[in-house]
Write a new protein. Structure first.
Length: 163
C-alpha cells in the first residue's frame, strides 16, 4: 500500500501587506478630514474677526459722518481754559495751539496718539472730537486713576526698562 499523506495537504500563504492596506486608506481619510476641518475653522475665525473689524470701522465712520466737528469758537475756548489754568506743569498756549491746529487739519476721523497723561488729557480727547485718541503712560496707578475718574478716556500703560 501506498502512503499518500502529502497529496491532500494544501498550503495557505497569508501576506501581511494585504491586511494593512485597509488601515492605510483609513489613515489617509482621517488626514484629509482633519485638514478640511482645520481649514474650515481657520476660515471661520478669520471671517469672524474681519467682520467685527469692518463693522466697528463702519460704525465709527457713521458716527463721524453724523456728528459735525467742533466749531472754531469751542476749540478756541478749550485752548484758552487749558492754557490759563493754575497748574504749574501745564503746556504753553503756543504749544497747545500748534497741536490743536495739526488736529484740525487732520482728515476725520483722526487717529491721535498721546504719550503721557497730563493736565491736557481731556483737552486732547475733546479736540479730536470724532477721532480715536489713545493715551499711553508708564505709571499704571495714574492711568488707573484717570480711567476711573474719566471712564471714556481709557489710557494705556506701558513699561519701560531703565538701566
Amino acid at each position: 500500500m501506498k502512503n499518500n499523506i502529502s497529496n491532500g495537504t494544501k498550503l495557505i500563504l497569508l501576506h501581511p501587506y494585504i491586511q494593512k492596506q485597509g488601515s492605510s486608506n483609513r489613515l489617509w481619510l482621517l488626514a484629509f478630514v482633519s485638514l478640511l476641518t482645520l481649514a474650515f475653522l481657520a476660515t471661520l475665525i478669520y471671517t469672524r474677526d474681519s467682520i467685527s473689524i469692518s463693522t466697528s470701522a463702519a460704525a465709527t465712520a457713521a458716527v463721524a459722518a453724523s456728528s459735525p466737528p467742533l466749531s472754531s469758537a469751542v476749540s478756541r475756548a478749550l485752548l484758552h481754559y487749558a492754557s490759563n489754568s493754575n497748574s504749574t506743569d501745564r503746556m504753553s498756549y503756543t504749544d497747545i495751539k500748534q497741536i490743536a491746529d495739526a488736529l484740525r487739519q487732520c482728515s476725520r476721523p483722526c487717529n491721535f496718539l498721546v504719550f503721557g497723561l497730563t493736565h491736557e488729557t481731556l483737552l486732547w480727547k475733546a479736540l479730536n472730537h470724532n477721532g480715536r485718541t489713545v493715551f499711553i503712560d508708564e505709571n499704571r496707578y495714574y492711568a488707573a486713576y484717570i480711567e476711573e475718574k474719566y471712564p471714556r478716556s481709557k489710557p494705556t500703560t506701558c513699561s519701560t526698562a531703565r538701566s
